[in-house]
Write a protein that binds this ligand. Structure first.
Ligand code: DLL
Length: 471
C-alpha cells in the first residue's frame, strides 16, 4: 500500500503540523469517479481577496464599479435614463466617489412603478430567479438575479456566516422563510457556498423545528431574533432547556433588535448571537454581517455596495459616525442595479475593524416609517425593548398599541411577565417600565402586564406596533 496522503488531504496533515482537513475537502469514490470538484477547498471557506483589501483599494474598486453600474443602469433601464435626464446628470458625471451625491435618490416607489419587470437591466430570459417583498399596501416589489448575481450573493452570505462563526461542515438549521422572501433561499445558497449542510426548515411549524433541532443537532441556526425567542419557549414547553441544545451560533436578522436582546438570546441558549443585515432591493440577506469575535456591528461588504448616510429630512450626506438614513448603491449587480436607494433604515456608519477596508454599520434603531410620534415625542419599538429587558420581571415579548380615545393619542405597552415571577411581581415590574419610559423617552403611556405565553409569537418578522387610531 502506498503511504502517500489520500487525495484531498493536505500534505501537512501527514506530519501532524496542521489541523486535520475539513470533511468537505475529502474526495470519495463518487467524486473520484466523476471528477467532481469535491476535493477542491470550498472557495468561501477562507477570506477572499476583496474581503481583505485596504480602505484605499476598496475606494478605487468602488469608483470603477460605480462608473460601470451607472452606465449599465443608464443604458439598459429606461426609468434610470429618464430620471437622470430629468436631473441633467449622466454616466460621464461620475469622476469621483463624491460625485455620487449629484445623482438623485431612488426609493420603493421607483421600483413599484417598474412593476413587474421594467427595472431590470438584462432581458428577462437572463434572470435565473425573482423574489418579491410584500409591502403593506399595493403591489409587491419584484427583484431579480442573473446567475452571476446569485453566485455573488451566495459568496457574500457565506462571508457573513464565516465571520459570525459558522464553519464548513457545520449543520445549519435555516428557519428564514423560503419562497418569495429573500431570507430562506438567500441563506440557503450561502450555507452551501460555505461548505456547510443546510436544513431548509423555513419559518413556522415550531414544534417540528424543536424536534428537528433536537434530533439533527445543528450547531448553527439562522432565523429572526424574535423567532428564536419563540423557539426558546417551545423548547421549554417540551421540557428541554434551550441551553442543552446543540445550538452554538445564531445568525439573526431581518428585523430590528437590540444589544439587550442579544444578551437575552445568548443567555437563554448559551450561544453566540450575531447580526446579519440586508434588504431585497439591494440583494437580500448578506449585505452586511457581524463578527463573532467583536460583536461590534455588521461589516458592510463595500466591494459590492457603497453605503451613504443622509439626513432623512434635508437629504444631505452625513459624515461617517453620524446617525441618519442608510442609502445604498450596488456595485456589481447585473439584473437590478440599484443607485442611491433610500432604505428608510436608521443607523450610522463606523470605521472597519475586523475587515479594515470595509466600514461597519451600527444597529438599526428603527425605520423612518416605523417611528411612533406620540404627542410630539418620537419613539421606536427598539427603545421599549431596551428598557423592558433591563427590568428583571419582564419578558422580551411585547406589543405596542396606539389608540386615540379622545383627541389625544395614547400608547399601551402589552408585555408578558416572565414565567418565574408572580403576578404581583409582574405588576410591579410593569409600573417600573411605565416610569422608566417616562423618564428616558419622555412620554407617558400605559403598561399592561400580560400572563406568560399570551401574546402573539412571530414565525418570521414580528409585528410590534398595532396602530388602531382612526384613519
Ligand atoms: O429582511 C432580508 C434579510 C433576510 C435580512 C434575512 C437578514 C436576514 P426585506 O424583507 O426586504 O429583506 O426587509 C428588509 O428588514 O430594510 C430593515 O428594515 C429590516 N432588516 C433586515 N435586516 C435587519 C437587521 C430582508 N439585521 C428590511 N436589523 C430592512 C434590523 C433589519 N433590521
Amino acid at each position: 500500500m502506498s503511504s502517500a496522503p489520500a487525495a484531498g488531504e493536505s500534505p501537512a496533515a501527514e506530519t501532524g503540523a496542521a489541523e486535520a482537513p475539513v470533511p468537505h475537502a475529502r474526495e470519495n469514490a463518487v467524486s473520484r469517479a466523476y471528477r467532481t470538484t469535491a476535493a477542491a477547498p470550498t472557495p468561501a471557506a477562507e477570506p477572499d481577496g476583496e474581503e481583505l483589501l485596504s480602505r484605499e483599494e476598496i475606494e478605487q474598486l468602488q469608483l470603477s464599479r460605480l462608473q460601470a453600474t451607472i452606465r449599465h443602469a443608464y443604458e439598459n433601464v429606461p426609468a434610470y435614463r429618464e430620471l437622470y435626464d430629468a436631473h441633467g446628470v449622466g454616466p460621464g458625471d461620475l469622476q469621483s466617489l463624491e460625485d455620487l451625491a449629484k445623482f438623485p435618490f431612488t426609493d420603493k416607489e421607483f421600483l413599484r412603478r417598474a412593476y413587474p419587470f421594467k427595472a431590470f437591466a438584462v432581458p428577462r430570459e437572463q434572470l435565473r430567479r425573482v423574489h418579491a417583498s410584500s409591502g403593506t399596501t399595493g403591489k409587491p416589489t419584484v427583484v431579480g438575479y442573473t446567475a452571476g448575481d446569485i453566485e455573488r450573493w451566495a459568496t457574500l452570505l457565506a462571508r457573513c456566516m464565516r465571520v459570525s462563526g459558522a464553519r464548513p461542515g457545520d449543520l445549519v438549521h435555516n428557519a428564514y422563510g423560503y419562497g418569495l422572501f429573500t431570507g430562506g433561499l438567500g441563506a440557503h445558497y450561502g450555507i452551501e457556498k460555505l461548505g456547510a449542510t443546510a436544513v431548509p426548515m423555513s419559518g413556522g411549524q415550531t414544534e417540528k423545528q424543536v424536534q428537528l433541532i433536537t434530533d439533527f443537532q445543528p450547531r448553527v441556526i439562522m432565523c429572526t431574533p424574535t423567532y428564536l425567542l419563540a423557539l426558546a419557549d417551545a423548547f421549554s414547553a417540551a421540557g428541554i432547556d434551550p441551553r442543552e441544545t446543540s445550538l452554538e451560533v445564531g445568525i439573526l436578522g431581518a428585523e430590528p433588535w437590540t444589544e439587550e436582546m442579544r444578551h437575552e438570546i445568548e443567555k437563554t441558549f448559551g450561544m453566540t448571537a450575531c447580526d446579519i443585515y440586508g434588504l431585497s432591493e439591494v440583494m437580500g440577506p448578506g449585505v452586511a454581517g457581524e463578527s463573532a469575535e467583536r460583536k461590534d456591528g455588521s461589516t458592510i461588504w463595500e466591494d459590492h455596495f457603497r453605503p451613504e448616510i443622509i439626513d432623512p429630512m434635508t437629504e444631505e450626506v452625513l459624515p461617517t459616525g453620524q446617525h441618519g438614513e442608510l442609502v445604498f448603491t450596488t456595485l456589481t449587480k447585473e439584473a437590478l442595479p440599484i443607485i442611491r436607494y433610500r432604505t428608510h433604515d436608521l443607523t450610522r456608519l463606523l470605521p472597519g475593524t475586523v475587515r479594515p477596508g470595509h466600514r461597519r454599520m451600527g444597529r438599526i434603531t428603527g425605520r423612518t416609517d416605523d417611528m411612533i410620534i406620540l404627542r410630539g415625542v418620537n419613539l421606536f419599538p427598539t427603545q421599549i425593548e431596551e428598557i423592558a429587558l433591563g427590568i428583571s420581571g419582564l419578558s422580551p415579548h411585547f406589543q405596542l398599541e396606539i389608540t386615540r380615545p379622545g383627541t389625544m393619542d395614547q400608547m399601551t405597552v402589552h408585555i408578558e411577565r416572565r414565567p418565574d415571577v408572580s403576578a404581583a411581581e409582574g405588576q410591579a415590574a410593569g409600573a417600573e417600565l411605565q416610569q422608566r419610559i417616562k423618564t428616558t423617552i419622555g412620554c407617558s403611556c400605559e403598561v399592561q402586564v400580560a400572563e406568560p405565553d399570551t401574546l402573539a409569537r412571530s414565525s418570521g418578522k414580528l409585528r410590534r406596533v398595532y396602530d388602531k387610531r382612526p384613519k
